[in-house]
Write a protein that binds this ligand. Structure first.
Ligand SMILES: [Fe+2]
Length: 85
């Protein structure tokens, strides 16, 4: 999975699921960047609208994953509260 450096088989399931969620979060943000670049690059208004729709769905996917991480990683949730954003 992802870039995890420890022995995957020795990790508890909770750690594996958090890794899956965090890696998926990274991939959603990569997709948002890719769509955003393509939106800026295209001169076709129809394609731009489709790409914007797709990018916005990726933002929703990222939000769902971050909510999962906050729910299952109390330190992450605490860090978010500390940042006061
Ligand atoms: Fe997605």
């Amino acid at each position: 999975m992802g870039t995890y450096t420890e022995k995957w088989g020795e990790l508890p399931e909770s750690a594996k699921d958090l890794e899956r969620a965090r890696q998926s979060f990274i991939e959603e943000f990569e997709a948002i960047n890719w769509y955003s670049q393509r939106i800026e690059a295209t001169t076709d208004a129809e394609l731009k609208k489709i790409l914007e729709h797709n990018r916005n769905e990726e933002k929703e996917h990222a939000a769902l994953l971050f909510e999962y991480v906050k729910k299952h990683d109390s330190e992450q949730a605490g860090a978010l509260k500390k940042s006061d954003l």
